[in-house]
Design a protein around this ligand. Structure first.
Ligand code: GTP
Ligand code: MG
Length: 460
């Protein structure tokens, strides 16, 4: 797709910096360069992918704005697939704005958010999943999220989808042959479609299974510390955070609000929240605090139930454990104050530890057992995948499309099982194929496309 207009934007973030970059893309890029750039050396052959040093001047040629480096990337070997001009100037927002203004005077229009990436997609330089991966990589807040974004940018997801696609196309081909020659095919020559469909469904299922991990990686793990008052919840937050984030006293009911700190463990973000101790509330402030804890626990990826090992267990401890039964596989039972003599042993809890939850011993005050706790939190959240980010899905859009494809395949298989005419299965397969193609953007509606790119930043 060739665009007739040339777009320009500041590609670096607002604020002062050593350098800033203006990006121009479209048919007039070379002309904009010739008008605004005055080379330091007499000759400037404007070879593609070469840096030239000189002054950036106003469109009327009268005023020098900055000393710059420029590069022209001629199509199709550029990010967008069009002629691209990049101007590196000094990173003062005033300079960047002034240079952008001159680009607009020289014939560009301001780029919309994500428009460079949109053009790259439209010119076949990136598939849609890669363009989204690029945006995800730019906004990644943890090392793992960055790695996954990079793997997708390199086409890891596209490769997996290509496998699924070719299975579906083979299945469709044999189905359509069966439809065309239905009279000639005997029972014993049943088409191989069902086995290919089942194989594709398996691959989609395993991709779908990565979504939880993908989400944890990009958004971070939400871990909540709960327990009755005075068991050491705030002390635990403080030792894990390495600073005095929450107030600690020996008065039960010290914490009333939710206090969250975001930490990085093993390259993953962990949003750790300290909460009000759970007991029969003494006043409406405490009641509000406790109500918030119950609501928060619903959304938690991991719940750390903290128990005081130095004092006998009480009904309050038991109530919290019981309330959390249904989330056992997201729960860690943690016996605190291991530096003091134990008043009970984990064995006493045997009948209360639901399958799936785990038991650990720590001392929040003296920082004992915290490495094990960190490891257990990551494991319990399922955030410690063994893969290297290949083909992990991180976007809800991808998840929904894969789900739609899987539903189509399941319906197709059901049609085979019920012995219906192959047209029915073929219809479902086409639907599934369309859903897969929505992810890479091979087949996508313009409004969906516009919506996706509008979430990107300007200059991207
Ligand atoms: N010996 C010992 N004392 C601890 C430990 N952890 C916490 N404490 C003490 O227990 C008391 C309560 O600690 P907090 O961290 O405020 O307890 P909390 O669970 O946040 O209490 P509330 O906010 O009231 O719910 C303080 O005196 C802490 O010093 C520990 O590992 N060992
Ligand atoms: Mg507290």
């Amino acid at each position: 797709m060739t665009q007739t207009d040339t777009i320009a934007a500041i590609a670096t973030p607002p604020g002062a910096a050593g350098l800033g970059l203006i990006r121009v893309s479209g048919p007039a890029s070379a002309e904009v360069g010739r008008r605004l750039f005055r080379p330091a050396h007499k000759t400037c052959p404007w070879q593609s992918h070469r840096l030239y040093h000189g002054d950036l001047v106003t469109a009327d040629g009268k005023t020098v704005l900055d000393e710059v480096l420029v590069a022209l990337m001629r199509r199709p070997h550029s990010f967008t697939g069009e002629d691209v001009l990049e101007i590196s100037c000094h990173g003062n927002p005033l300079i960047l704005e002034a240079v952008l203004e001159q680009c607009l005077r020289a014939g560009c229009r301001p780029a919309r958010p994500g428009e460079f990436s949109l053009r790259a997609f439209q010119n076949g330089r990136l598939d849609l999943a890669q363009a989204e991966a690029l945006a995800a990589m730019i906004s990644a807040r943890s090392e793992r999220a960055w790695q996954i974004g990079l793997a997708q940018l390199k086409g890891a997801l596209g490769d997996k989808l290509r496998d699924v696609r070719s299975l579906l196309i083979d299945a469709l081909a044999s189905l359509e042959a069966a439809i065309d020659f239905s009279d000639d095919i005997g029972e014993e020559e049943a088409p191989p479609a069902p086995s290919q469909i089942a194989k594709a469904a398996k691959q989609i299922e395993s991709l779908l299974a990565t979504y939880r991990q993908g989400r944890l990686t990009t958004e971070g793990i939400r871990a909540v510390i709960t327990g009755k008052p005075n068991v050491g919840k705030s002390s635990l937050l403080n030792s894990l955070a390495g600073r005095k984030k929450a107030i600690v006293t020996d008065i039960p009911g010290t914490t009333r609000d939710l206090i969250t700190d975001t930490l990085t463990w093993n390259g993953l973000l962990v949003h750790l929240t300290d909460t009000a101790g759970i007991r029969a509330p003494r006043d409406i402030i405490e009641k509000e605090g406790i109500d918030r804890v119950w609501a928060l626990l619903e959304e938690a990826d991991v719940t750390i139930i903290l128990l005081d090992g130095s004092r006998p267990l009480t009904d309050e401890d038991r109530l919290i454990m019981e309330q959390n039964q249904s989330r056992a596989n997201k729960t860690l039972l943690v016996m605190n104050k291991s530096d003091l003599p134990a008043a009970w042993s984990p064995g006493d809890l045997q009948d209360r530890i639901p399958p799936g939850s785990r038991m650990l011993r720590i001392s929040a005050k003296f920082g004992v057992g915290l490495d094990d706790l960190r490891r257990a939190v990551l494991e319990q959240a399922g955030g410690r995948g063994t893969d290297d980010g290949d083909g992990i899905i991180i976007s809800l859009r991808h998840k929904l499309a894969l789900k739609k494809a899987l539903d189509g395949l399941t319906a197709a298989l059901e049609n085979f099982r019920a012995g219906r005419s192959p047209e029915f299965a073929a219809f479902e397969l086409h639907e599934a194929l369309d859903a897969v193609d929505e992810i890479t953007g091979r087949k996508i509606q313009d409004d969906v496309l516009a919506k996706i790119f509008s979430t990107f930043c300007i200059g991207k």
